[in-house]
Each structure stands twice: as structure tokens, then as C-alpha cells.
Design a protein around this ligand. Structure first.
Ligand SMILES: [Fe+2]
Length: 386
């Protein structure tokens, strides 16, 4: 089997890496960036530090700071008009996955025209647009290194997956110091998202020996440090481990794909506005229990990589420990069930067929070790409701 691997051309990784921003743009021959961010990052000091660096290097920039959580086609279209008008040669996204995903989508629309839904998987993206330098401020989505963007269709509430080389940033600046001020809930939710990426990349039917190493490395880092990063926000070694874990998990799933958890998570996020990492975490233990019989050895490896099973322990025992740990993590990090989150049971039940069909259409469930039918997905949604 030949694995095709996509990664950014250039990465700066480590505490203080933000200072590399002007040098990275210059090395790539980029002189006129549009910065894409959200109102919080614009006001919290990180944006000012980044733009001071650009000013010192006499790089002329402008900013679009209207990105929103769960980015929508409406916001992407506004951003694309700003991009088209200013004579920009590049994008710099500073923020969480939402800002990075918005910038990716703006680049795709600027180069190809049409509507975002024209590029929903399995559609191809004909042309690459202005290159993107991604600067994540959360340890979570891994979007800084992936060939995916997820955009919610304003007209239908569908969270659309858009994939291709055109969505992969040209460069990433991975600076854990930017995450030191992340609040607890965001640390937990984004950390659980990256743990899900690592596990799903490892058990995916599209996993390869190349992605396996990245995924196991990420699982080890995240599982060993997520509680400390949540409990002690200023714990630099925990923050550094979480950031490395998030980025390596991103490199793993960008090239091995995610699976059933993400497929089922996107409709929960789209219809009930549950943050992405949280809706993954609501699903992760039960989907893992459902999938284990089809890939016992792979899930046992996950338990060993996370440090919850001994190297010599048998697969059955290791998998039992994995399921215990996933449930315990959700308790420790106070992950609610959909019921506890306040999702109306009647609306949930009524939407299940639509959610199941959107989950299947995203293609992600087909990568799962155990590929579910639509009825099985509906049953799993009922089981996790709580
Ligand atoms: Fe994710």
C-alpha cells in the first residue's frame, strides 16, 4: 500500500515560534497578507504581538476579524469579498480551528468562485488559492496542518466537510505559549477533539504505517497531559505536550482521515450548537465500544499508547482499560451527555434520520473499523443521548 501524505511546506514549532511569522512570510515570497481572526483574539494581545512583528518587518497587512465559532458560508462569503478587494497575496489565520477553517474556505472560494457547497466532499477543488500561514491559538483541531475545512451551510445548517490539497496551509506556526491563557472548558474540549483525531486516525481503514506513528505519539502526549493542562493553565510542559499532541494528531488524521465519531459529531454540532470537541467527547466512549469488535488489536494499541495498559497486557484487558479511561476522562473533564447539555429530546429524535444521513454522506463512517448502517447510527445517537 502506498500512502499519499500532505503536510505544510514549512513549520515553526516551539515556545516563542510566533516571532518567526515575518521570516516565514519572507521565505515564502509573501508580502501582503490578510489576517483572519476573531474578535476575542484581536483584543487579547496575541493579535497585537503578531502585527507588531509584521510592522517591524515592514510587511503591510490588513485584518478580517469577523470569524465565528462553527464558521458559516455567510461569514466565508464576506471574508472572500474582503480578500478579493485588497490585492492580497496570502492569508494569515490567527486563532482556533474556526479562524483557520474560515481562511482556508476564503482561499478556496477566491480561486474557484461559486458556492462553498460546490466543494463539499467528494467534490474536487480545481485550483489552489492564496497560500495560508496558520497560527493556532488552541491545542485542538490540528487545522494548521490538515487538508480539511468544515463550514456550516447557512441555508441548511449542514456542517460540510471540504477536503483537498488546496485546503492545506503552506506553513504553520505552532507556539504553545499562545495557549497559556485558554480557559478550562476550551482546553478540555479542544484537547478531547485532538485525542479523538489521534484514536480515529489510528483505527481508520485509511491508516498507514506513517500515520500510525504520529497517531500513537499524539495519544501518548494528550492522554498523559490533558488533566494537568486543564487543572493548571500555566503548566508550560503540559501546554507544550498538548500543542504537540494536537498538531501531530492533525498530521495523522489529515492523511488517515477521521471515522465514525467525527461523522456523527458534525450533525450534533450543526443542529444543536455543541462545541466540536464536546460533541466528539459525548460520542467517543460509546462509538469506541461499538467499534472495538472489528479492530480489537488496534484499540488495544491505543490503550498502550495512552499509558492505560501495560505493554504485555492482552488485547481484551487493554481494550477494557481504554473504555474505562475514555469514560473517566469525560467524568473528570465534566463532559455532559446531549440530555445534560439541554438538547430537547423531541427535536433530537425527530432529527435523527437527517443526522444519520448527513453523517453517512460525509464519508467519515466508511473509514470506521466497523461500518454502521443508517439504523445503527440512529441507535447509537439514542444510546449516547443520556
Ligand atoms: Fe475534530
Amino acid at each position: 500500500m502506498v500512502a499519499t501524505i500532505t503536510t505544510p511546506r514549512l513549520m515553526a514549532v516551539g515556545g516563542g515560534a510566533l516571532a518567526e511569522l515575518p521570516g516565514i512570510l519572507q521565505r515564502l515570497g509573501l508580502a501582503r497578507p490578510l489576517i483572519v481572526t476573531d474578535p476575542y483574539i484581536r483584543g487579547c494581545g496575541i493579535f497585537d504581538r503578531a502585527t507588531a512583528l509584521l510592522d517591524q518587518a515592514q510587511i503591510r497587512w490588513q485584518v478580517f476579524s469577523d470569524t465565528v465559532p462553527d464558521p458559516t458560508t455567510a461569514v466565508v462569503e464576506t471574508g472572500t469579498s474582503v480578500l478579493a478587494e485588497g490585492g492580497f497575496d496570502s492569508l494569515v489565520a490567527i486563532g482556533g480551528g474556526s479562524s483557520i477553517d474560515t481562511a482556508k474556505a476564503m482561499s478556496v472560494l477566491a480561486a474557484n468562485g461559486g458556492q462553498m457547497r460546490d466543494y463539499k466532499v467528494p467534490a474536487e477543488i480545481p485550483k489552489a488559492g492564496p497560500p495560508l500561514v496558520a497560527v493556532p491559538t488552541t491545542a485542538g483541531t490540528g487545522s494548521e496542518v490538515t487538508r480539511f475545512t468544515v463550514i456550516t451551510d447557512t441555508a441548511t445548517d449542514e456542517k460540510m466537510l471540504i477536503a483537498g490539497l488546496a485546503c492545506c496551509p503552506i506553513a504553520a506556526i505552532v507556539d504553545y505559549e499562545l495557549t497559556l491563557t485558554m480557559p478550562l472548558r476550551l482546553t478540555a474540549d479542544t484537547g478531547l477533539d485532538s485525542l479523538t483525531h489521534a484514536i480515529e486516525a489510528y483505527v481508520s481503514r485509511r491508516a498507514s504505517p506513517y500515520t500510525d506513528g504520529l497517531a500513537k505519539n499524539a495519544m501518548g502526549l494528550i492522554a498523559r497531559h490533558i488533566r494537568a493542562a486543564c487543572a493548571e493553565p500555566e503548566n508550560r510542559s503540559a501546554r507544550e505536550a498538548m500543542m504537540l499532541g494536537a498538531t501531530t494528531a492533525g498530521m495523522a488524521f489529515s492523511n488517515a482521515s477521521v471515522a465514525l465519531v467525527h461523522g456523527m459529531s458534525r450533525p450534533i454540532g450543526a443542529f444543536f450548537h455543541v462545541p466540536h470537541g464536546l460533541s466528539n467527547a459525548m460520542l467517543l466512549p460509546e462509538i469506541t465500544a461499538f467499534s472495538v469488535p472489528a479492530a480489537l488489536d488496534r484499540y488495544a494499541d491505543c490503550a498502550r499508547a495512552m499509558g492505560v495498559a501495560e505493554e504485555g497486557e492482552g488485547n481484551q484487558g487493554a481494550v477494557a482499560r481504554l473504555l474505562d479511561e475514555l469514560r473517566r476522562l469525560n467524568r473528570d473533564l465534566t463532559v455532559p451527555s446531549p440530555r445534560e447539555w439541554g438538547i430537547d429530546p423531541r427535536r433530537y429524535e425527530a432529527l435523527l434520520p437527517t443526522m444519520a444521513s448527513q453523517a453517512l454522506a460525509s464519508g467519515s463512517p466508511a473509514n470506521n473499523p466497523r461500518v454502521p448502517t443508517s439504523d445503527e447510527i440512529i441507535e447509537l445517537y439514542r444510546r449516547v443521548y443520556g
